[in-house]
Write a protein that binds this ligand. Structure first.
Ligand code: HT7
Ligand code: ZN
Length: 875
């Protein structure tokens, strides 16, 4: 496939002043008439042809200023030579025909379940009409839809409608990727919102008949998002309507089209009986994320797709802040750290590693990655930490006022920050260009003082910025040497030092705070920080609040970890200490055949019993590192991970926890019930998380008695799923699996869970067989991304099952990805990243994984999406 390079960017030679679309919907022969007012871009000079992107379009007719023109499209679009175009503004008119029913890619205009829907990001608009389909061409749109379906929606405000037609007008200039159109037999849930600027906004959530009882939570989340963006960022909504539509067949989570967000049903529909607490939280976050794009993405958009993180990193950071404000900051941050490590660190450590601002791509859809989204958000979080919250707020105000209505770059974003704060960000900028997760290693030194510490507290010296040998004062001196190093990534063998904010606190041997949080700035490859006037040797609490997306290594004793777990005032490093204890114990079990670590289990028991702690936080401390996480950690430390050994060790540790802490777990299970009507709020959800975490352990010892009882009595999906999966994980629950299906077979989102849980919880030697059987089930529809992901996403997530030594997991997934690719390349390519870890494993597994990659690559007609992904992974 052809590669697109950032360095080749040139501005568009023609700009668009206005677009009118007339869309006559028909399942197999939709007609789209476009009337586009173009003018030459004075910045690019004369002589350029007009290049319009267009794919899978049948051109019926084209005119320039009312005169027929003989345009001859190729596979990718058409070009009109400059000499055939006036120098003054002109009108391009074209009529094309498309076939939405035949479009299984779910990109462009497609039809599914009797409704029409669009997906235009990143390059889907070119499948609807000929257009300069690039984000730096922004224009107001007017749309007239005709169809025999009752509901016809598009961007902006409704203008007029009648039987069989509707007109919409969006006055805000927008790039084509934000265009949307929906038509179907949809039911609205309506509400209103008054903005701080006095605008009355009609809100609507449009769903299939039968789903209207599942929209209340999304509507509430939307109103809270609108209010929050006003209160925290000073951003008000700017149209008279805001519509959301739920679509069953959708490649990703949701799409922020101007005034008409389109959502995967899974990310918007919730009722207590059908959605889990995790689903509610995910809906809240995604509703907020798409809404926040109205300012960070839509009003200020990207100049080109290399700048994708400009909108995605910032919008993820904003949704993280929102969720922290709505729920618990600590619990949210720990959840974000877990997901960053599971997805982004994994990506950064393998053949798909790329920079937050990549320099080249073959298929842009392959770059909607954890690096662009989550690492992009971490970079902004670091920027905020370095400049401080007030300067961050001032910079954001400047960003909105300077760039409203523009298509911008990451350089523009950083210029705003240096202008607003006076700070030189040239070194910080490396975070955008350099791939890979930095490793920070820590060494320490302690010199006891001759005298007791003097009043006045700890003195701090950064020896790179000061020549002082040792800080003045009495007491002891603790020296911390930080070294940074980023491993090579594909195409980037050499790395330069980054600006890394390291938030640090010091804790005394008795658990008291010796130094409250300070932010050290690590800018060189190695830097020495001295802390003087200390009364005793401290234990450092490093990377508080996970202040930078790095891998920290320090020779720590289990006693120090236990001290931090018991006393650290920062919840993230406190949780991390427990995690490190668990990891160290598991590594000893895996590598040395050690038994479960009694010290860790003892520390866990203390957390379980500590009623002063938030139950949601306690639930997080109860969780063990995932098996994939363990494999990555072992590989980074120079070992070859054995998925079976990791699975056995994890099971062994769980059994030991259940046995030793049985009474505490039983007490938690009994004490954390949430009587009364189901409430998805963070507090009861935290109690349920802790209770279900305890249940998962207890189910190993009570032959499933508690889980069966809860499964039968549960009035909400969180507890029903928690009970059923607790049974499945220990090889029980056959009858419950059948009952679950019988009860929920009419609820497609619940049946996705039914498929997924059976594969996810299957024993390693059963996972492939379970996935194979389920792929034969009458309800398995491989063309529906949610259902496909339910089975095969769960298979690749079942580490020991997917990595069975026989290679059967790899072969099965490869077969299905080849099949899916022919219908839906985007989803197939996204799911192919299951193979990105092949270099971690032993020769036999490596050979089986690379054989699967080669088989996919050799498949005739493999899409551009898959070809790029598989070739990058193969290396
Ligand atoms: N900006 C959107 C990203 C996106 C997408 C969404 C649905 C289907 C295909 C898509 N391709 C790209 C979603 C977001 O980040 O908010
Ligand atoms: Zn987004």
């Amino acid at each position: 496939p052809q590669t697109v390079y950032l360095r080749d960017y040139t501005p568009p030679p023609y700009l668009v002043d206005h677009v009118t679309l007339e869309v006559a919907l028909h399942p197999t022969a939709t007609r789209v008439r476009s009337t586009i007012r173009f003018r030459r871009n004075p910045a690019t000079g004369p002589g350029h042809p007009l290049r319009l992107d267009g794919e899978e379009l049948t051109l019926i007719a084209a005119q320039v200023d009312g005169v027929d023109i003989n345009a001859e499209p190729d596979d990718l679009g058409l070009s009109i030579p400059s000499h055939l175009l006036p120098d003054t503004p002109f009108v391009w008119e074209a009529e094309v025909e498309i076939n939405p029913q035949a479009n299984t890619t779910l990109d462009g205009l497609y039809m599914s379940n009797g409704m029409y829907s669009t997906q235009c990001e990143a390059e889907g608009f070119r499948k609807i009409t000929f257009y300069p389909d690039r984000p730096d061409v922004m224009a107001p749109f007017k749309v007239r839809v005709t169809s025999d379906l009752p509901v016809m929606l598009s961007n902006g405000n409704p203008v007029a409608s009648g039987p069989g037609w509707a007109e919409w007008e969006d006055p805000h200039p927008k790039p084509s990727y934000l265009f949307a159109l929906v038509a179907g037999d949809l039911q609205p849930t309506r509400d209103t919102f008054s903005t701080m600027e006095g605008r009355h906004v009609d809100l609507g959530i449009w769903v299939r008949a039968g789903d209207s009882d599942k929209t209340a939570y999304a509507m509430d989340a939307l109103k809270r998002s609108m209010l929050w963006d006003e209160a925290v960022y000073g951003r008000a909504y700017d149209l008279d309507v805001f519509n959301i539509v739920a679509v069953d067949d959708f490649n990703m989570g949701a799409m922020e089209n101007k005034g008409l967000n389109i959502f995967n049903s899974r990310c918007v529909l919730a009722s207590p009986a059908t959605a889990t607490d995790a689903d509610y939280a995910s809906i809240e976050r995604i509703i907020a994320h798409e809404y926040f794009h109205n300012w960070t993405g839509n009003r200020i958009t990207c100049r080109d797709w290399f700048q994708l993180s400009l909108k995605e990193g910032l919008t993820v950071f904003r949704d993280q802040q929102f969720m922290g404000d709505m729920r618990s900051h600590a619990v949210k941050r720990i959840g974000d750290v877990l997901s960053l490590r599971a997805r982004q660190f994994r990506e950064d450590a393998g053949p798909l590693a790329h920079a937050v601002r990549p320099e080249a791509y073959a298929e842009i859809n392959n770059f909607y990655t954890a690096t662009i989204y989550e690492k992009g958000a971490e970079v902004i979080r670091m920027l905020r930490l370095l400049v401080g919250p007030d300067a961050y707020a001032a910079a954001l105000d400047l960003y909105f006022s300077r760039h409203d209505g523009q298509a911008c770059t990451i350089d523009d974003w950083l210029s705003v920050f240096s202008d607003a704060t006076g700070r030189d960000l040239s070194q910080f900028k490396r975070w955008y260009g350099q791939a890979g997760t930095p490793h920070i290693s820590v060494t320490e030194d302690w010199v006891p003082g001759a005298d007791a510490a003097a009043p006045g507290g700890v003195t701090i010296t950064d020896t790179t910025t000061s020549n002082a040998e040792a800080p003045a004062g009495m007491g002891g001196t603790y020296t911390l040497t930080l070294r940074q190093d980023t491993p090579a990534t594909p195409g980037q063998p050499l790395k330069e030092p980054l600006v890394i904010p390291v938030a640090l606190g010091l804790i005394g041997p008795d658990g008291t705070d010796l130094l409250p949080t300070v932010v050290l700035e690590l800018t060189g490859p190695e830097q020495v920080f001295r802390f003087g006037n200390l009364p005793a040797r401290p234990v450092p609490s490093i990377l508080r609040d996970f202040s930078a997306p790095v891998i920290l290594s320090r020779d720590t004793t289990d006693a120090e970890r236990a001290l931090l777990l018991a006393h650290d005032t920062d919840p993230v490093t406190r949780w991390e200490a427990g995690r490190d204890l668990a990891r160290a114990g598991l590594e000893r079990m895996i590598l040395n055949g050690a038994g479960p670590d009694a010290g860790y289990i003892d520390a866990l028991g203390k957390m379980l019993r500590d009623a002063t702690l938030d139950p949601a936080f306690r639930a997080l401390t109860l969780g063990l590192p995932s098996q994939d996480d363990m494999a990555q950690g072992l590989f980074t430390a120079g070992h070859t991970p054995d998925p079976d050994a990791i699975h056995r060790a994890t099971q062994g540790l769980r059994r030991a926890i259940a046995t030793v802490l049985h009474d505490d777990l039983a007490q938690v299970y009994d004490g954390m019930s949430t009587p009364g009507a189901y409430d998805p709020g963070a507090v009861p959800a935290g109690k349920r998380a802790l209770r279900l975490g305890a249940l998962a352990h207890l189910t190993r010892l009570d032959d499933g008695a508690r889980a069966r009882a809860l499964f039968t009595s549960a009035d909400n999906m969180t507890e029903a799923m928690g009970a059923w999966t607790a049974l499945l994980t220990v090889g029980l629950g056959v009858e419950e699996t059948q009952r679950f299906y019988t009860r929920w077979q009419a609820e497609r989102l619940v049946i996705d869970k039914w498929f997924a849980a059976q594969v996810a919880c299957a024993a390693p030697d059963r996972a492939v067989a379970v996935a194979t059987d389920l792929s034969q089930h009458a309800d398995f529809n491989w063309k529906n991304p949610n259902r496909f992901r339910a089975v095969f996403g769960a298979l690749s997530g079942n580490a020991a099952g997917f990595h069975q030594a026989s290679g059967a997991g790899y072969a099965l997934l490869a077969d299905w990805l080849i099949q899916l690719d022919a219908a839906n390349p985007q989803t197939a390519a996204r799911m192919s990243s299951a193979f990105e870890t092949w270099r971690r494993y032993d020769p036999a597994r490596r050979a089986a994984m690379t054989a699967a990659l080669e088989r996919m690559l050799a498949h005739p007609g493999l899409s551009r999406d898959m070809t790029e992904m598989v070739s990058r992974m193969r290396g």
